[in-house]
Design a protein. Structure first.
Length: 426
């Protein structure tokens, strides 16, 4: 049973955090990529010091790290890290967020007042069917809410407050970590496993209540640069090579009615053209490649390369370059070697009164890269729904269920973690 004061603390923290514009920016030279992230990171560091956390550090790269000392007496227990990211996605406006708490949801449509065209109902948010009587939090219709992942931030800060205030709760040494720029794929670029100093970790960045993720996409990105021949259009006959036209030809050659995000689900991979920018002289296309297995990922990369070669043969005066960038891999490849981190999380979910749901996520988290680097890091739910868009929403009670799950989880590691030292993955 979650105490009422925890619900109040979760709500107050969450509302305070989402009002800070922490939207990250792709391809920015700075890290973190935006100044708003620094604002929230400094706030979190100050709050942790006020709560009495040990070793509170805000690194030059924008990572907030802190320690909650162990209360369980055994010396052979592992250190457990808990992580959440502070940035919000660049897909939709993220500033001037006006959070709204819809108390005691009764089941009807929720109209977002600043844009009445944005309506939450059981068709576009079927999970609302199970939230009758709960408190639903949305933005006002013109911005993201930012529950991805400020819900995770609020859960961990509220957990820290509880554990630091009550030394009678048995748990091993806990490391808290708040990361920037996760939404642009750079979340752990500068995070050292030595400074995190943990044997096992969990990201709090999942969706529905009870969800635990230990499978995710393998991911690469194709960056295609097409360089044409620019010349004044008045004297261009026989000389201009229009990079924009070549780029549109390549875009048309990519899969359209299959192998795209809008035509796939479950374990199906895709090729996603998500950004084009440039002019007659040069165009750059960014293409996401996704598959649950590396073999399928390589096949998609080869398809993009072959299409680029076709464009190059058709117009030899242009220069068509295709670079495949590695992003992250399926954490299952490493976690299946030792499932204790997953099994204890599943038991924690059950102790919180929920049914564990293990679904492969059609995306990636900081945990995927940490796992590959040698730190087993499954992903746990916080209750976010419809992320990256104006109809993003969360149930306050789901955030409380996430908090309760984490409370059980750290106690389970105190009970069953003896001798666990983790492993080195890659």
């Amino acid at each position: 049973m979650v105490p009422p004061n925890v619900l109040t603390e979760l709500e107050q923290r969450f509302i305070r955090y989402v009002r800070i514009d922490t939207q990250s920016k792709d391809n920015a030279p700075d890290f973190p990529s935006t100044p708003g992230q620094w604002e929230l990171l400094r706030l979190l560091a100050d709050e942790l010091r006020h709560l009495g956390a040990h070793d509170v550090t805000l690194t030059q790269w924008g990572y907030v790290l802190a320690t909650i000392p162990a209360t369980a007496p055994a010396p052979d227990l592992p250190t457990v890290a808990l992580l959440a990211h502070v940035d919000t996605a660049p897909d939709y406006p993220g500033g001037n967020v006006r959070p709204i708490v819809h108390r005691n949801y009764r089941g009807g449509p929720i109209v977002l007042p600043d844009d009445p065209r944005q309506v939450l109902n059981w068709e576009n948010a079927p999970e609302l069917r199970d939230k009758i009587g709960e408190d639903i939090i949305t933005a006002s219709g013109t911005t993201l809410l930012g529950a991805d992942d400020k819900a995770g931030v609020a859960v961990l800060m509220t957990l820290a407050a509880c554990l630091l205030a009550d030394p009678h709760i048995p748990h091993p040494r806990i490391r808290l970590c708040f990361t920037p720029d996760e939404e642009v794929g750079r979340g752990v670029d500068h995070l050292s496993l030595d400074e995190l100093a943990a044997n096992v970790a969990y990201t709090l960045d999942g969706e529905g209540a009870g969800e635990i993720v230990y499978e995710n996409f393998c991911a690469d990105r194709a960056i295609v640069t097409i360089t044409g021949v620019a010349i004044h259009p008045g004297s261009a006959k026989g000389r201009m090579v229009n990079a924009v036209r070549l780029a549109t030809q390549l875009a048309e050659m990519l899969p359209r009615d299959h192998d795209t995000p809008e035509t796939t689900e479950g374990r199906e991979g895709y090729i996603h053209l998500h950004d084009i920018r440039g002019n007659v002289a040069q165009v750059q296309l960014r293409i996401l490649l996704r598959d649950f297995e590396e073999e399928g990922l390589r096949a998609r990369a080869e398809l993009v390369r072959s299409l680029c070669e076709q464009i190059q043969r058709v117009e030899p005066r242009a220069r068509v370059e295709c670079v495949i960038e590695r992003q992250y891999r399926n954490m299952r490849y490493w976690l299946e070697k030792d499932m204790r981190p997953v099994q204890l999380a599943e038991e924690a979910i059950r102790r919180a009164g929920l049914r564990p749901v293990s679904v492969p996520t059609r995306g990636g988290t900081d945990g995927a890269r940490l796992t590959e680097c040698g730190l087993p890091t499954p992903n746990l739910f916080v209750g976010t729904h419809n992320p990256h868009g104006p109809t993003e929403w969360i149930s306050l009670q789901d955030m409380a269920r996430s908090w309760e799950t984490c409370l059980h989880l750290v106690q389970l590691w105190a009970e069953h973690g003896h001798g666990y030292q983790g492993w080195q993955g890659a």
